[in-house]
Write a protein that binds this ligand. Structure first.
Ligand code: NAI
Ligand code: OAA
Length: 262
């Protein structure tokens, strides 16, 4: 499986380490990296040599570089810029899922994928239990879904906090507009469940925490569920839970597996 990567930051470098250096996913390789921004011309050659990928500063050349799949680990803006053009030709894994909060954008990407015979993968990222949320909602009987995200102060606010502070309470669509680097999970949860307007989100900065704590609650005709993750932040980006990068690896691995669990 030849992968093209967009976004060689915290998660992108982790993927390059695990896939290209450690050979963690046999028969997978990140062969191409896209960055059209001027500043990339300085930083990419060293990384390209270190991890053995070809660097592209134009989308068309990137897409015709022999890749089977594109992995996005950059930001919401890059998804808006590239996703539709990529899905016309290649499967795409998006981790900046907040880009799909707008129903029109999401539907347009789905219809592009359908027309083109490509697939859009949205890993669970920093949360889990999406299999249960999808199952509970399959007959339309999922009534309520909510997410409470607590993070250490430094992931959410500038300056020191002395006590816990509720920064936001509202819908998932409002949450991602206010916290584009902290509420991607709210959109993934919404897409798996009852949508971005009905999914309720609370975001709390807590100076006593060392983990990113996400609690998902749901109820419907199936019963009730509640689960909490206490995620270690990534060493290179305190906003991003380390589990997110692991969920990309896991999704990539499952593309070649014969057994589908969940
Ligand atoms: N779905 C989920 O559960 C989660 C999603 N995320 C999201 O995942 C994304 C990546 O997270 P991190 O790796 O921690 O962020 P990061 O900020 O460490 O890395 C992003 C990289 O993308 C690069 N980049 C930005 N614009 C680009 C462009 N147009 N073309 C190519 N490269 C570009 C940046 O220079 C940076 O190196 C972020 O959008 C973050 O909000 C983070 C946590 C959970
Ligand atoms: O990594 C996390 O804990 C969640 C996060 O930042 C996001 O969903 O954007």
């Amino acid at each position: 499986m030849k992968i093209g990567l967009i976004g060689a930051g915290n998660m992108g470098i982790f993927l390059l380490e695990k896939i290209n250096k450690c050979g963690f996913l046999p028969n997978y390789s990140i062969v191409s990296v896209l960055d059209e921004r001027e500043k990339a011309k300085n930083s990419m050659p060293a990384l390209s040599e270190q991890y053995g990928f070809a660097f592209f500063s134009h989308l068309n050349a990137f897409l015709t570089s022999g890749i089977d799949l594109v992995v996005e680990s950059s930001n919401i803006q890059a998804v808006h810029t590239y996703a539709e053009r990529i899905l016309r030709e290649k499967d795409l894994l998006v981790i900046s899922v907040g880009a799909l909060a707008d129903q029109l954008v999401y539907k347009r990407l789905l219809s592009t994928a359908e027309r083109s015979g490509t697939r859009l993968y949205l890993p669970a990222g920093a949360i889990g239990g999406l299999d249960a949320i999808k199952a509970a909602g399959i007959t339309g009987d999922l009534n309520s879904v909510s997410l409470i995200s607590r993070k250490p102060g430094k992931a959410l606010v500038n300056g020191e906090l002395t006590e816990e502070k509720v920064l936001f309470s509202g819908s998932a669509s409002e949450a991602i507009a206010r916290f584009p680097q902290n509420a991607n999970v709210a959109i993934t949860l919404s897409l798996a469940g009852i949508g971005t307007d009905k999914t309720k989100v609370t975001i709390i900065a807590d100076p006593t925490l060392e983990t990113n704590v996400h609690t998902v609650q749901a109820s419907g005709s199936f019963g009730k569920m509640e689960f909490t993750l206490q995620n270690r932040p990534s060493p290179d980006n305190p906003k991003t839970s380390h589990l997110t990068a692991l969920s990309i690896l896991s999704r990539l691995q499952s593309l070649k597996e014969q057994t589908v669990i969940g």
